[in-house]
Ligand binder design. Structure first.
Ligand code: PRX
Length: 666
């Protein structure tokens, strides 16, 4: 039986060289179910192996090489080269080899469009035919090894097909999330110098049409290097086509053979560029994160295999968007490299109703579901009745990524989606790391709600203080990675200085992650959020996630985000933005109750000075709360860049409320 013990208001852990006070202690833990452990891909023996031995074995067993590598690693800080001398092709590994091995009839993607009944099944053989034809078409347009290609699409199979076709030809791609603005698209296409853009007419989102081609056309007025635009048809809505530049997808593939021998996979060097993915900094221009071929593929396939415990009959669903790194690594390259059957869903979780996800789990018999804490909290707010309408008993493993998950959301996920029996893998990683870095291995690791637990085998993660010295167990500090890993970024496109400065200057010899963390007595890691978000209250450094978790722990609270604002007495005071569950009303009395709850849960020091009730929190399109904007609101400052916000009207509403509530401050 799992222990189910909750610490009442855990003490402030103070230890030498503590740089973030870890205030909250969560003591529930869930050992692996014995029947899961008996068949798990992971074993304890994976830990503690030497780095090169471990990754070398993974590279040999998971990847088909055209030429075997002769060196596992060359490390000249801050640049790593993995599997030197090796030649391979990512598309060959993700598609062709499965067909050659007789697995062509296996489903690669069960695609479900947002409009009811829109479904398509692509086997590995189907995928190969589509990729070969599209790659052949692109080649006819002059795309070849080294041609930079932009992709701006919705969640349709053609998006994965486009990525794989580029990989087949050795053309590096940059995928721009379909929810991004023309401005964001333009910046990325120009930074990479893309010559070709692959887009689609329109996408579906919550029953509305997303004008992808219209947005692209706007961006294309300022992208001099783009000579060809390929337009896939999704909604069939009318779109303007610029003669001499724009081509229909079907025209590109017309008359192209689907025999793989007619468009063979380009042999690529291990360190050849596979893709750039842009990640926004808080203010400065986006960084083009560089991912190369072999190390990336080894990293994502190995982590996918062990962390999601992939079996031949697994039906795996990563509910992220392909436009984020999560989709690159764990919808496209990782699962396909492992020959897995995946679900691909186009739309939102509440269309036509809030049970859409659960109907998908039931229809395809999904066994592994991977999503973000923000989605889990949204489902939690809607209530478990939607999940109860469907049979979710096929699920055997759940995963989360993207932010620290508060223990209450973790418990809800396990209980209401996982039927109280599935392990949950809380996976910590970044666009820059390319692959999962800290996560339980299901069947091996004892899971704890809110903890990402252990560095993946072959990953050297530590928590250090200001001076780079490891902190004592229980104390908070900065998360760093001390040794290279295969899927690590190889730099920032065209900006080596920024690469050194951002990741390698803070702690000599180590990769600076930018997140706070603590390691508990068992050696388990607890992520504390971005260090820029840490608040300083009366000389205590308090992480936002702990106060948020305490608030969400109150039965009336659906979501919470906190930030610090300057305070003459305490340095900073905590401001909380809280969304209540249906049936609960904001009031001064309720504010007092929530403050008392935080005090009881983690201590008076962490009590918010003010609580602003709101119906929505400002989030990016990938669901991350933009605390920087909350700070601007709390400090009554003009707002910084809001272009990546999912719904810009949310901050305006908050501003008005924050001013109105100012008088109620405690
Ligand atoms: O702050 C950490 C948070 O997300 C950041 C990376 O964001 P991005 O590059 O957009 O990639 C997201 C998907 C991999 C990290 O620096 N983060 C991600 N996963 C977790 C997390 N924080 C806590 N726990 C996680 N499991």
């Amino acid at each position: 039986m799992p222990q189910a013990e909750v610490a009442e208001g855990g003490p402030t852990v103070s230890a030498d060289r503590n740089v973030i006070d870890a205030l909250q202690e969560e003591r529930r833990s869930f050992p692996p179910p014995p029947e899961f452990a008996a068949e798990a891909n992971g074993t304890g023996a994976l830990y503690g192996r030497d780095l090169e031995g471990f990754w070398g074995d993974e590279a040999r067993t998971r990847i088909s090489w055209f030429t075997p590598f002769d060196r596992v690693l060359e490390w000249e800080l801050p640049y790593a080269k993995w599997f030197l001398g090796g030649q391979l092709n990512a598309c060959y590994n993700c598609v062709d080899r499965h067909v050659e091995a007789g697995r062509g009839a296996k489903v690669a993607y069960h695609w479900e469009g947002e409009p009811d009944g829109d479904r398509r099944t692509l086997t590995y053989a189907d995928l190969q035919r589509e990729v070969v034809r599209f790659a052949g078409g692109l080649r006819r347009l002059g795309v070849g090894k080294g041609t930079p290609v932009g992709i701006y699409m919705g969640m349709v199979p053609e998006q994965a097909i486009a990525m794989l076709a580029c990989a087949r030809l050795g053309a590096p791609h940059t995928v721009v999330f379909g929810g991004f603005s023309p401005e964001a698209l333009e910046g990325r296409l120009n930074d990479m110098g893309c010559e070709v853009l692959i887009t689609q007419d329109e996408g579906w989102r919550r029953g509305n049409r997303v004008p992808l081609k219209v947005n692209a056309d706007q961006a294309l007025t300022h992208t001099p290097a783009i000579r060809t635009v390929v337009v896939a048809r999704r909604t069939g809505g009318p779109v303007a086509m610029t003669p001499g530049r724009d081509l229909e997808w079907d025209a590109v593939t017309a008359g192209v053979a689907d025999d793989p021998a007619t468009c063979p996979c380009e042999p690529m060097d291990a360190e050849d560029l596979l893709y750039l993915l842009y990640t926004s900094g808080t203010t400065a221009r986006p960084k083009g994160i560089v991912h190369t071929t072999a190390g990336y593929l080894v990293g994502v396939s190995a982590t996918h295999h062990y962390v999601f415990d992939i079996k031949p009959d697994t039906v795996y669903w990563c509910a992220a968007d392909i436009g984020w790194v999560t989709g690159h690594s764990y919808i496209v390259y990782g699962p396909l490299c492992n020959g897995t059957t995946s679900v691909l869903y186009e739309g939102t979780p509440d269309f036509p109703d809030r049970d859409r996800w659960w109907s998908i789990v039931e229809r395809y018999g999904v066994t592994v579901l991977y999503t973000a804490p923000t989605s889990i909290r949204t489902h939690m707010r809607w209530g478990e009745a939607y999940a109860q309408r469907h049979d979710l008993s096929s699920l055997r493993l759940l995963g989360t990524v993207g932010e620290p998950i508060n223990p209450e959301a973790w418990m809800w996920y396990r209980e209401h989606i996982g039927g109280g029996r599935t392990p949950i893998v809380d996976t910590w990683w970044q666009t820059e790391t390319g692959m999962i870095m800290i996560s339980p291995l299901p069947g091996v690791t004892t899971c704890k709600p809110g903890s990402a637990t252990r560095p993946f085998p072959g990953v050297d993660a530590r928590v250090v203080d200001d001076k780079g010295r490891e902190v004592a167990p229980g104390a908070g500090g900065y998360l760093v990675i001390r040794a290279p890993w295969p899927a690590m970024l190889r730099g920032i496109h065209r900006d080596p200085e920024r690469y050194r400065e951002t990741y390698w200057s803070r702690f000599p010899g180590a990769y600076f992650v930018g997140d706070g963390a603590r390691v508990d007595e068992d050696g388990d890691f607890w992520l504390l959020g971005r260090v820029d978000d840490v608040m300083n209250v009366s000389a205590h450094r308090i992480s936002t996630i702990e106060v948020e978790s305490a608030l969400v722990d109150h039965p009336s609270v659906a979501e919470a985000a906190v930030c610090g604002r300057s305070d003459p007495q305490t340095g900073q005071a905590i401001v909380a933005y809280v969304t209540l569950k249906a049936g609960h009303q904001p009031s001064v009395e309720h504010m007092a109750r929530l403050r008392a709850h935080v005090a009881a849960r983690i201590g008076k020091i962490a009590m918010p000075a003010n609580i602003v009730f709101t119906t929505e929190l400002p989030k990016t399109r990938s669901g991350k709360i933009m605390r920087r904007l909350l700070r601007d609101v709390a400090e009554h400052r003009p707002l910084g860049d809001t272009t990546t916000l999912a719904d810009p009207s949310v901050v305006e509403e908050l501003r008005v409320r924050a001013q109105a509530d100012g008088g109620q401050e405690a």
